[in-house]
Design a protein around this ligand. Structure first.
Ligand code: PMP
Ligand code: GLU
Length: 397
């Protein structure tokens, strides 16, 4: 009898990937499922990036790559950090990985010993807590509800710090809430962080370009915390390259070296062709993303208007990413056709069977009152999905 590790038993399956697997299975059975469960742009990778990949193959970029990424890719990322974020990361502070997910795992594994506390503001992206658990760290959750636009304050952060605190992980723009921290809000958090120079912060900025609020602000821009912050980013979201698998960090050199060491034993450098294509993405002027951002904003407005027209559904106004995270707790205790809704997960299952719309339960993101809707889909699909959700919710009483 095979006994799996305790480390694995403590870990949950990714709820986002699980819901997308379930909807794929139901679709294969012929059900007309609309899946708004996965955070994945429905745009195609731009042609100039695909072209760079074709050229890479023709030029025989087909062998093992340097573990931390090709030199010229890391130079291009260094230029991107300066150009877009006013951050100075030398080539030796940059490590390219197989997705931002691996970048985060590398940093957590590099810094966390068993029992170390990792502060994570909730709602959080599903994988943070699970990566910390696999690393035998202890997640310490700070709750930020819908009434504060799902953002934490400096005072909340200060109150969560203990002698065991070793790390903080957060995203801005945030998955799943779409909340964006302003420069002033980050400055206030930076003041607290600077008091504890041994605490490392992972600032996950993978949605930086999908921001309707104005200019993206990076935590590492504040000199008093620069030596503590690891800035995570990648090509999946802005450049519609989820399947290519490339993420990266800009980090203090000691952490970059540690990520390099871990990755050298786990996966080696990421795909050679993806790396060559990503050089084209890094060098491109981000203004070419304007149309995509405008499309996302239009979809956000469509989904928000539809949700605000559904009695019992409460929303914030997301300023970035491509998610809405409505509070649906007013439906708890209501029933239809013998099914009673007790939790957000129950509501997701109800909407899957009654409305044929796949969403993700808020429990997986640390907020059991909410569900996540990914609006990375066409306006037509979104309108149809919202009409179905409205009808199904109206049946609950
Ligand atoms: N961080 C956040 C907040 C995300 O939503 C995602 C989703 N993919 C990732 C990291 C991981 O991205 P990647 O595809 O580069 O692994
Ligand atoms: N990050 C996306 C999401 O939250 C993709 C799925 C995943 O990587 O878990 O849906």
């Amino acid at each position: 009898m095979i006994k799996l590790s305790k480390r694995l038993e403590a870990m949950e399956e990714s709820a986002t990937l699980a819901m997308s697997r379930i909807s794929r299975e139901l679709k294969a059975q012929g059900k007309d499922i609309i899946s708004l469960s996965l955070g994945e742009p429905d745009f195609h990778t731009p042609g100039f990036i695909k072209q760079a990949a074709v050229e890479a193959m023709e030029q025989n970029y087909t062998t093992y790559t340097p573990v931390s990424g090709y030199d010229d890719l890391r130079e291009a990322i260094s230029m991107k950090f300066r150009r877009d974020n006013n951050l100075s990361y030398g080539k030796d502070q940059i490590v390219v990985s197989t997705g931002a997910k691996q970048s985060i795992a590398n940093v957590v594994l590099s810094c966390i010993d068993p029992g170390d506390e990792v502060i994570i503001p909730a709602p959080y992206w599903v994988s943070y807590v699970e990566i910390v658990k696999v690393s035998e760290g202890v997640p310490v959750i700070i709750e930020a509800g819908i009434d504060t636009d799902f953002k934490i304050t400096a005072a909340q952060l200060e109150a969560a710090v203990t002698p065991k605190s070793k790390m903080i992980i957060f995203s801005t723009p945030c998955n799943p809430t779409g909340s964006v921290y302003s420069k002033e809000e980050l400055a206030a958090l930076a003041q607290v962080i600077a008091k504890y120079p041994h605490i490392v912060v992972i600032a996950d900025e993978i949605y930086e370009h999908i921001n309707f609020a104005g200019k993206h602000a990076s935590l590492a821009q504040f000199p008093e915390v620069y030596e503590q912050v690891v800035t995570v980013n990648g090509v999946s979201k802005a450049w519609a390259m989820t399947g290519w698998r490339l993420g990266y960090v800009g980090a203090p050199k000691a952490i970059a070296d540690a990520c390099n060491k871990i990755q050298g034993q786990f996966t080696s450098g990421t795909c050679s062709i993806t790396q060559r294509a990503s050089i084209a993405a890094m060098k491109a002027d981000p203004s070419v993303l304007k149309d995509m951002i405008t499309a996302f904003k239009g979809r956000r407005d469509l989904v928000l208007a539809a949700l605000n027209d559904m009695p019992g559904v409460k929303t914030n106004v997301p300023q970035g990413a491509f998610y809405v995270f409505p509070d649906i707790s007013s439906f708890f205790g209501k029933s239809y056709n013998g099914t009673t809704i007790h939790t957000a997960e129950d509501l997701c299952l109800y909407l899957l069977s009654e409305a044929l719309v796949a969403l993700v339960t808020g429990e997986a993101f640390g907020d059991p009152n909410c569900i996540r809707i990914s609006y990375a889909a066409s306006e037509e699909t979104l309108s149809k999905a919202m009409a179905r959700v409205k009808e199904a919710l109206a049946k609950l009483n």
